[in-house]
Design a protein around this ligand. Structure first.
Ligand SMILES: [Zn+2]
Length: 152
């Protein structure tokens, strides 16, 4: 089982100079999950998750070494779809400006509705109810949808 593959989002943050990122006033939430053969992949994918152990243990030179090879469909679990996914002139993920991936986030919680109806879809009234309680969502805000379906 592979634990917590770092995303481009995390890699982007690590590229910042240490003094530029003050996290003392923000809440950091780890949204990563294990990524493995149990991960949900887009059902029409012709490939599947594969993991191969390349090395694990003491080497002939006397140090421990562990390495794996993985192959996986790109549309699995919670992931970022590049604009290129459905637009020929869209950005691939490595061209998305990092500033587009960092910002204020809001979480719209529809976990109760999703628990009662597995086909529940976010509605305009859900967004309006959120804004009535928390204020208007600003242009550029990153909207996260909480369904609690990660348990499955
Ligand atoms: Zn996708």
């Amino acid at each position: 089982m592979i634990q917590r593959i770092a995303s481009g989002f995390i890699a982007g943050i690590l590229a910042l100079p240490a003094f530029a990122l003050d996290v003392s006033e923000v809440q950091l939430i780890d949204l990563s999950h294990s990524y493995n053969s149990d991960t949900l992949y887009w059902p029409t994918s012709p490939s599947k998750f594969e993991k191969q152990e390349l090395a694990f243990g003491e080497t002939a030179d006397g140090y421990f070494y562990s390495a794996y090879s993985i192959s996986t469909p790109e549309h699995g679990g919670t992931h970022l779809d590049a604009p290129l996914h459905f637009a020929a002139d869209g950005w691939p993920t490595d061209r998305i400006p990092l500033q587009n991936l960092i910002g204020n986030a809001v979480v719209i919680d529809i976990s109760k509705q999703a628990a009662a109806d597995r086909n529940y879809r976010l509605s305009v009234s859900d967004v309006r109810a959120f804004e009535d309680q928390h204020g208007r969502i600003s242009p550029g805000d990153i909207v996260l949808l909480r369904t609690d379906w990660d348990q499955f």
